[in-house]
Design a protein around this ligand. Structure first.
Ligand code: ASP
Ligand code: SER
Ligand code: ZN
Length: 578
């Protein structure tokens, strides 16, 4: 072992970590101000801070190639590898191109956040939240189509910036030795990028039959609601009828899809509204859950600095997110909370991020990340799978005489949220990877988007969507440069986590009825994984929680097994697929 060289790496990494920590804090603060107060000034300050962070990261990553890997410790090697992968966006080293790129992303995000449309019969333009409510609540196809089309218009203004962003982001990724930005994103999983593509393909094949059954059932029931002229017996389902702007989760449709003859049921949204629950109280429910399994209460600064409601007087980025401002204990969420069952879940999702961030805060800076990004997205969702009727009754949100759906109904609700999501979660980056690789050019963005959506989701847009539109731009993560495969992985991992946590808690019975609320054993197991951060390859982290080293959908399939059998019965005589 060559002492001199090894300590050379050590000193270099020390410098890297303190420099990037400082620049990351600066960028987080600038991004926070921008996201909670969009203005030309905050947009410019945030893009400059990000350009500085990216610039230093690239410089240091290039410098790191000085150190021949054989002479460094495994921990140092891992840090050197992670340095190149730390950011989802790498700009070209040319300073003007670098600032152009970060400005493009900020501008795309602003355009998205400012999207408005005046719904049919209304006089004032409304935002995405209000349009989403129409998608969820209206049963009038014309109203639905108008809200859908009105929102998707936002993509038009994003297209030119997106085209240039693809070019510059690729140029940056290539400077770091990746073939393109998609390949860079796929390199973050402790395996070669091609192996990762096969891995997600394998997982998709595991769950595809269940999605197809759900699709067949939903199409049949929607046909009964809207008639054969609106929902044909075969082929894809029109996107505006699924209760969600991107048809990514269909739980808004539960009232018309519920098992026939189901009694009228407990509605969490009504319960929350009935109690005049405030946004802060919504978050308190979720915090108490994490505390019940042995984690610490959130710091006072969380309550002082988080943004929990949409401010009336300015534009903000409403898309929910969790923040790690100083990589120590200044954790926050930013969310325009609505008093709904859906946001009740999303809050658990966001706090999952915050508890992860806090648990790995004692790791060296380059390890202050989740095992892989799917883990980050899965933690809060796994916890939220413990929101069962029994739990809601126990905490007093439901009364003893409230009537809940039977197992089939509960599982159908969950499936409309989680199983419906799978092909969407898979499709977004199937499309973006091909855009970054150049396989899809700007002249075919929109056609290929809908081909992808149709292939995986079995969904079709209302009406013709030409190349004047840019429909992927109507989904937050595209203008905001957030990789999306993480959500697909998380929707599988969360069931794997849930099964392990339920076992650790010693709770018996079917997975869908089990809650880990109050279990310190489950909490301790979870914490072991969270505290590892990114210090080890993700199979080690997965093993710490589940005892398993492979991502696997068998937890999900076990959870939904009773529903699968029921769907098969319902679908008898229907033609499955599209
Ligand atoms: N809940 C949002 C979503 O997953 C944002 C997040 O990831 O925290 O897109
Ligand atoms: N939060 C992610 C989204 O909004 C995944 O559910 O798409
Ligand atoms: Zn998330």
């Amino acid at each position: 072992m060559n002492e001199g060289l090894s300590s050379g790496v050590g000193a270099f990494l020390h410098q890297v970590e303190s420099r990037l920590l400082e620049l990351s804090r600066e960028a987080q603060r600038a991004d926070w101000v921008y996201s909670t107060y969009i203005s030309p000034d905050s947009e410019s300050l945030a893009s400059r801070a990000n350009a500085r962070l990216i610039g230093s990261t690239v410089e240091l990553a290039k410098e790191s190639t000085r150190f021949p890997g054989v002479r460094s410790s495994p921990e140092e090697k891992r840090k050197l590898a992670l340095l190149r992968l730390a950011l989802p966006l790498i700009a070209p080293s040319d300073p003007s191109e670098s600032e152009e790129l970060t400005s493009l992303v900020a501008a795309m995000q602003s355009a998205y956040s400012k999207g408005r449309h005046t719904p049919l019969g209304a006089t004032e333009p409304v935002d995405l939240q209000a349009l989403s409510r129409i998608l969820r609540e209206s049963r009038d196809p014309a109203t639905l189509e108008d809200a859908w089309t009105g929102w998707y218009r936002v993509g038009r203004g994003i297209r030119p910036a997106f085209t240039r962003y693809v070019e510059l982001a690729n140029r940056g990724s290539r400077e770091l030795g990746f073939t393109d930005t998609g390949a860079m994103w796929r390199s973050k999983y402790d395996m070669p990028p091609d192996a990762f593509s096969s891995e997600v393909e394998r997982l998709w094949e595991q769950v595809r039959p269940l999605y197809r059954s759900l699709h067949t059932y939903v199409r049949k029931r929607l046909r009964a609601t809207y008639g054969e002229a609106v929902v044909p017996a075969e082929g894809p389902i029109p996107a505006h009828l699924l209760g969600n702007m991107w048809a990514q989760s269909w739980n808004g449709l539960y009232p018309i899809l519920a098992p026939p003859g189901a009694p009228s049921e407990f509605d969490l949204t009504n319960a929350l509204v009935g109690r005049k629950t405030t946004p802060e109280e919504m978050v308190r429910y979720a915090e108490r859950f994490f505390v019940s399994i042995g984690l610490d209460p959130l710091p006072a600064s969380f309550w002082e600095r988080s943004m929990l409601s949409r401010p009336r007087d300015r534009e903000v980025v409403c898309h929910a997110s969790a923040w790690d401002i100083d990589f120590a204990d200044d954790i926050r969420i930013k969310m325009c909370i609505e008093i709904t069952a859906e946001d009740f879940q999303v809050i658990h999702h966001e706090l999952g991020h915050n508890y992860y961030q806090r648990a790995y805060a004692r790791q060296p800076f380059l390890f202050r990340e989740s095992a892989h990004d799917g883990f980050h997205e899965a933690v809060g969702d796994a916890v939220a799978l413990s929101i069962t009727p029994e739990y809601l009754t126990r905490i007093g949100l439901a009364a003893a005489d409230d009537r809940f759906p039977d197992a089939t109904g509960l599982l159908l609700q969950r499936a409309l949220e989680k199983i419906a999501f799978l092909p969407f979660g898979f499709a977004v980056d199937r499309w973006r990877w091909r855009v970054f690789s150049g396989e899809i050019g700007p002249a075919e963005y929109n056609r290929t988007w809908w081909e992808t959506v149709r292939e995986y989701q079995g969904i079709t847009p209302p009406g013709e969507r030409g190349e004047a539109e840019f429909d992927p731009g109507a989904k937050y993560h595209v203008p905001s440069n957030v990789p999306y495969m993480r959500y697909f992985l998380a929707h599988i991992l969360q069931f794997q986590f849930h099964r392990a946590l339920v076992r650790a808690a010693g709770v018996a019975g079917p997975l869908h009825a089990a809650s880990i609320y109050g279990s310190h054993e489950a909490g301790a197991r979870l914490r072991t994984m969270l505290e590892l951060g990114q210090s080890r390859e993700w199979p080690d982290a997965l093993e710490a929680l589940t005892g398993e080293r492979r991502m696997d959908a068998s937890g999900l399939l076990e959870y939904f097994e009773p529903l699968r059998r029921w769907l098969d019965e319902q679908n008898r005589g229907e033609r499955a697929g599209w």
